[in-house]
Design a protein. Structure first.
Length: 201
């Protein structure tokens, strides 16, 4: 075999279709686009249009509902945790929370919390602080000597801290603060009663 004998398999390369080169070619004038209309123009593809009949995406039944404000969690697997620990990006001696996972590059955003999944295996003892975890993942972590602490979401924890404990430190309750103001009218009434006999004289 020689270099000048090397060629592609038959049919591997087809010549480019040259349109608009005269009516004798069968692809001239309108360049195989037909007569006028939206389909004769470029960049006007009508996706889903079926000539006027009910399109497929409207004929098919729709079932179910997607909650628009559902919680979105950053998911992390056991195998990714083990890889981060082996690479030195995670310190297994300290509690591993969402901030440590973001710093280690396990995910970019915490979203509504961190959910631990039981994909892979974990051989290192580590204490995890997550928003949620599967039962299988908790079992694997505890078998390795670690622990899984389920913490509330940041927003929920903030609201709970704001409502518990009554009034903040350094502020009197609302009833005690309003008490001196309630006594003022009675004193004024007493002074008015003392002055009235003088006016009658």
């Amino acid at each position: 075999m020689r270099l000048n004998e090397i060629s592609d398999n038959p049919g591997a390369r087809r010549p480019r279709r040259r349109v608009g080169r005269g009516i004798g070619t069968g692809m001239g004038k309108t360049s195989t686009r037909g007569q006028k209309g939206a389909k004769a123009r470029s960049g006007t593809a009508m996706n889903g249009f079926e000539g006027g009949q009910m399109p497929l995406h409207m004929r098919l039944p729709k079932r179910g509902f997607n909650k628009p404000f559902r919680a979105r969690y950053a998911e992390v697997t056991l195998v990714r945790l083990q890889r981060a620990i082996d690479a030195g990006r995670l310190d297994a001696g300290a509690p591993v929370d969402a901030a440590a996972m973001v710093k280690a590059g396990l995910f970019k955003k915490v979203r509504d919390g961190v959910r631990l999944l039981a994909t892979g295996s974990l051989n290192t003892k580590v204490d995890l602080v997550v928003t949620g975890a599967t039962a299988a993942a908790v079992k694997v972590v505890e078998a390795a000597g670690g622990s899984v602490t389920i913490a509330a979401k940041g927003q929920a924890a903030g609201k709970a801290a704001g409502t518990e404990g009554g009034a903040p430190d350094g502020e009197a309750p609302a009833e005690e603060a309003a008490a001196p103001e309630a006594e003022t009218p009675s004193e004024d009434a007493g002074e008015a009663g003392e002055e009235s006999p003088a006016k009658e004289d």
